[in-house]
Design a protein around this ligand. Structure first.
Ligand code: PLP
Ligand code: ZN
Length: 428
């Protein structure tokens, strides 16, 4: 069903059975403007019903097609997923299960929705590592283990995993690495949150502080060190599509779970809108891809804060340069680092570039959605209102999608059905 990757920018293709195809073959350190997308035949989205989405939706995963190409038998492919899941539970206490998704009644009331409408909250705070991020990484790990098992991996010693992050992605990465005792190097800024650093260390990760070096080019020194490690042989265990496109494969499970809920459990009309907090853009891209496969795409609103809003700028630029359909031709004219990143409590979504902007722009265009840029007051309000009414203990980053709804609440009818994702458990 999935045959390979095709880059939305340069058209470069690669077969799904080829191992370690993390980036477009034409992507270089000087030019990361490439965006591999999965090539797949249209098939109705179905789940086997297994509560672990990597098992339930296994047929739709690129990594399953990769394992098939590597000669791993069907039963063994499922077994591998279950094995890694069991190791993950042993380390984290949580495995991959379909996460809760339900109408938040008191929140819906407080926001003035009627009985037919309301706000549905997808709760990712009890997912592996406390956020949705491990969804992006699981198939990358599975790819590596399958490559070892099938003899495609020729290393004598496992190359380390590498990630540049000091937030939920780093914790997800270190948790999965610990589950299968794979070495991992996490590149963090000097001012990294000490709670996160301690958690990473307790998971056995090698944490590398990255001060700016005099000879460094512009940009984040953590990313420079991460890329150097990858050049030296490390595996990009990244949740940014420009560093590892395979992160999009597993991310889609969140969209599939939401779409399947809409199909099978939601009485009455489908969702009208979905609000997703956007940093690098991978999760919004995944939600869009997941819904698209179900055949019904609610309006996608990508939410950023005034502190850092490169996506909304890119959206406007793309519209003035021939429209979202031709955005891939105008990467440099649409997306560049936000010049002056401000302070915000939603500090997990201040990526100065929305790396995966192309699929997010496409997802908004296809669904008649739009980006929303929220002031800090909405970020704070969303966290207070969201936690108080749902009891979900998410960080400000994790409730920032709700801030988007608060910001445009007047434009949303009381009978509309709206979905948001609360992710990233509050850590301090
Ligand atoms: C809790 C939470 N929600 C949303 C995001 C945004 O995800 P993305 O970077 O894929 O846009 C992040 C991290 O960046 C996060 O930690
Ligand atoms: Zn390319």
């Amino acid at each position: 069903m999935i045959t390979g990757w095709k880059c939305a920018v340069c058209g470069g293709t690669v077969d799904i059975a080829q191992p370690f195809t993390w980036r477009c073959a034409n992507s270089t350190d000087a030019d990361r403007h490439h965006a591999p997308q999965l090539v797949q035949t249209i098939a109705p989205l179905r789940s086997s019903g297994e509560t672990n989405s990597f098992l339930g939706f296994r047929r739709f995963l690129a990594v399953d097609a990769f394992m098939d190409g590597a000669g791993i038998a069907d039963g063994r492919r499922a077994e591998l997923i279950a094995e890694i899941d069991a190791f993950t539970i042993a380390v984290d206490g949580h495995g991959f299960v379909t996460t809760p998704f339900e109408r938040a009644d008191t929140l819906s009331d407080e926001l003035g929705f009627g009985v037919d409408g309301g706000v549905w909250v997808k709760d990712e705070t009890h997912n592996v590592g406390g956020s949705h991020k491990a969804r992006h990484l699981f198939p990358i790990l599975l790819h590596l283990l399958a490559a070892e098992e099938s003899g495609l991996a020729t290393w004598t010693e496992r190359p380390p995993l590498a990630i540049a992050s000091c937030g939920n992605a780093a914790i997800a990465a270190a948790t999965l690495a610990a589950a299968v005792t794979w070495p991992i190097r996490v590149f963090v800024p000097q001012a990294a949150d000490q709670v996160v650093v301690a958690t990473l260390q307790s998971l056995g990760a090698s944490v590398i502080e990255c001060p700016r070096r005099p000879a460094d080019p512009p940009g984040d020194p953590c990313v420079h060190r991460f890329r150097e490690a990858v050049t030296a042989g490390a595996i990009p265990f990244s949740v940014q599509g420009t560093e590892n496109a395979w992160c999009h494969d597993g991310g889609r499970t969140i969209g599939w779970e939401m779409a399947r809920y809409m199909d099978e459990q939601l009485d009455g009309p489908p969702f009208d809108r979905v609000f997703v907090q956007v940093g690098g853009g991978a999760v919004a891209a995944s939600v869009a891809a997941g819904f698209r496969m179900s055949g019904i795409s609610p309006m996608l609103h990508a939410v950023q804060t005034e502190a850092c809003a490169p996506l909304s700028r890119a959206w406007e630029r793309a519209r003035s340069l021939g429209g979202p359909k031709s955005a891939a031709e105008h990467w440099a004219d649409c997306m560049w680092p936000w010049e002056s990143v401000g302070a915000t409590a939603a500090d997990g979504i201040v990526d100065d570039e929305t790396y995966d902007w192309l699929p997010v722009v496409a997802g908004m265009a296809d669904s008649n959605g739009s980006p929303i840029v929220v002031p800090e007051s909405r970020v704070l309000e969303a966290n207070e209102v969201g936690s108080r009414n749902t009891g979900i203990d998410a960080s400000h980053t994790g409730t920032a999608g709700l801030a988007g709804l608060l910001a445009i609440r007047e434009q949303v009818q009381p009978d509309e059905r709206v979905a948001v994702i609360f992710s990233g458990v509050r850590r301090s």
